[in-house]
Write a new protein. Structure first.
Length: 289
């Protein structure tokens, strides 16, 4: 098992005059805990120039058990954002620092999945980190099923790194996950299905004193472990973990190094979480400082 301490000196060294670039294609989560806001804060903390192209706007509903109110962005507006970003920083842009790393967060509808899949296929990014956000609290279940199937068919094959949580790992692998052995089996299965490096997250969902994640890339299987901070999931942990992997890949880390750094970044962010009037705390990306 590996448990890596976060190293602020390494972070400072990475914050070069011409920063690496990373794009997140994600939803806005109005309270700032999750989604594109969490991704941009993570990119900035890790010394990467962050770009966000929005797919939807989520506003929790305090009158309805904090369920998600979900509004998709118009498909043409999503395509316009991707066009602007690739023209400014893509391989053919002539930019001194080329955008070759993207994170995919909440897409939320089959239409958005098609729009994003088309843009991804055209842009040929080196690193495509997929946080396979499969279910949105309060979303109608028939709609969610369509979205899950489209994500698996159109986006998963384009991913080079995928970061499923417990629920998403069960859904993608078709396996029941009850312990470390079954989490490992799911990580292996998801790699076989996608060809991507996988970080399958046990989080607070597996019993025991540690928050355990399994990394598998077809060759190396490594268990990343950190002491649990409470037993309740913190908002933005999944987004920030995938965003930290994205930032590290953009700076040239290997997938395994990126996973290790991201795990310690998120552990520090959870230790320093921010409380609010909502029934969940939010991860603080400044925690490692
Ligand atoms: O944590 C998953 C997530 C991702 N993206 C957006 C969200 C959420 C959860 O609230 O709102 C936009």
């Amino acid at each position: 098992m590996t448990s890596t301490a976060f190293d602020p000196a390494a972070l400072a060294a990475s914050d070069a005059a011409t920063p690496a670039l990373a794009l997140t294609i994600a939803g806005s989560e109005a309270t700032g805990g999750a989604g594109a806001q969490a991704d941009l804060k993570t990119f900035q903390e890790l010394g990467v120039f962050g770009i966000a192209n929005l797919t939807c706007i989520v506003s929790f509903d305090p009158q309805d058990n904090w369920n998600h109110r979900f509004v998709p962005i118009d498909q043409q507006v999503i395509a316009d954002q991707l066009e602007a970003t690739t023209a400014a920083y893509g391989a053919a842009s002539g930019a001194p620092s080329v955008l070759d790393t993207v994170k995919i967060g909440m897409l939320g509808s089959p239409a958005t999945i098609s729009t994003v899949a088309t843009a991804l296929a055209a842009a040929a990014f080196t690193n495509v980190v997929l946080d396979p956000v499969l279910i949105c609290k309060g979303q109608e279940s028939g709609h969610a099923l369509d979205t899950d199937q489209a994500l698996k068919a159109q986006i998963l094959p384009l991913a080079t790194f995928v970061t499923p949580n417990h629920f998403e790992a069960e859904s993608l692998s078709g396996l029941e996950i009850t312990d470390l052995a079954s989490l490992k089996a799911a990580a292996v299965r998801i790699h076989e299905l996608s060809g991507a490096a996988v970080l399958a997250k046990g989080g607070v969902r597996l019993a025991g004193p540690a928050a355990v994640d399994v990394y598998y890339d077809g060759e190396t299987l490594e268990v990343l472990s950190a002491p649990k901070v409470g037993e309740v999931a913190v908002s933005g942990a999944g987004c920030s973990l995938a965003a930290a992997i994205t930032a590290e890949l953009a700076k040239g880390a290997t997938p395994l190094e990126a996973a290790r750094t991201a795990k310690s970044f998120v552990t520090a962010g959870i230790r320093n979480r921010v409380a609010s009037g909502a029934p969940f705390d939010a991860l603080w990306q400044g925690g490692p400082r």
